[in-house]
Design a protein around this ligand. Structure first.
Ligand code: MF3
Ligand code: CO
Ligand code: CO
Length: 293
């Protein structure tokens, strides 16, 4: 048995890491708001080919960072690895400098590291990963004017049966949601499938944070809930659409609150959370996962 883990607390955030001027930044870097995307969610073939490249880089970056999740490693070290990997592939790490809510600082790192009861948007810092922790890594790459976004849950060491089950079920929930994404259906079918599957295991699916259209904008405005939102979110799925499916499942209650850092989101009851995310392309046949390494 691993020892009972104390709740995660704020660590020390390292200085900003450099990005060479040769790497193009998204429009929002250095601004207070991301521009509103007016171009819709159905993309032409040329744009889709570019998204494939960004999604591929993001997927390989996630795999590389995931290989380094281990007891004794800091979340800041994971950021360093992800930051360098993305730059080495000629891309910009989309979360770095992403504007926060009004009056809040921008996100300061190249990826999000959300440990145990942290649902999402954890800031890499001096926190040392312990044996049995669930570490969610969420990394996004921007290249050729488009983004590809993905997240995975990694257990440090073997993990408890409970943690391993949560991670496995969350991955399966995401895949079932993706398989439900077919042209002609409303996007709310995705969350319905995810929430129902989670409930079989007594898990709750987070409502306040959702999937989103992605491509020429990090967040296009299209929302993909991971719960049954019908009759809301009735956007019809069409070929050429690109969006994320990124469920966060909790062992306990999905109710959450945000730290005063303006980013870190934790469960109110401190129950542990797993998350997976893929960027998908809708084709005539269904969904194609773009974030496979
Ligand atoms: N990658 C996250 C998502 O899936 C967004 C993180 S925004 C950040 O949408 F600013 F917190 F990094
Ligand atoms: Co996303
Ligand atoms: Co993401």
């Amino acid at each position: 048995m691993s020892p009972v883990r104390e709740p995660i607390t704020k660590g020390t955030v390292s200085p900003l890491r450099d990005v060479p001027t040769s790497i193009a930044r998204p429009e929002y870097v250095g601004r207070t708001h991301a521009a509103t995307w007016e171009g819709g969610d159905i993309h032409d073939a040329e744009t889709v080919e570019k998204i494939r490249i960004s999604a591929q880089i993001a997927a390989q970056a996630l795999a590389e960072v995931g290989r380094h999740v281990a007891p004794g490693v800091t979340t800041d070290e994971l950021d360093r690895i992800g930051h360098e990997f993305v730059l080495d592939n000629g891309a910009y790490p989309s979360t770095l400098g992403y504007p926060g809510a009004a009056g809040r600082p921008p996100f300061p790192k190249a990826l999000c590291t959300s440990v145990n009861e942290v649902i999402c948007h954890g800031i890499p810092d001096s926190t040392v990963i312990e044996d049995g922790d669930i570490v969610k890594v969420d990394i996004t790459a921007f290249k050729n004017g488009v983004h590809g976004d993905n997240c995975g849950s990694f257990i440090a060491g073997e993990g408890s049966d409970e943690a391993r089950k949560l991670v496995e079920v969350t991955h399966e929930a995401m895949m079932r949601g993706i398989k439900a994404a077919r042209p002609g259906r409303e996007v709310n079918v995705i969350g319905r499938v995810i929430e129902k599957y989670a409930a079989r295991f007594g898990y709750e699916s987070v409502r306040n944070y959702t999937g989103h259209g992605v491509g020429p904008a990090f967040h296009t405005g299209l929302i993909i809930p991971h719960y049954d939102a019908a009759p809301l979110h009735d956007d019809v799925i069409e070929p050429g659409m690109v969006f994320t499916v990124e469920p966060m499942l909790c062992i306990g209650s999905e109710e959450s609150n945000e730290w005063d850092d303006g980013w870190t989101v934790v469960t109110d009851d401190r129950s542990w959370v797993a998350q997976f995310e893929h960027t998908i392309l809708i084709t005539d046949e269904g969904a194609e996962v773009l974030t496979l390494p």
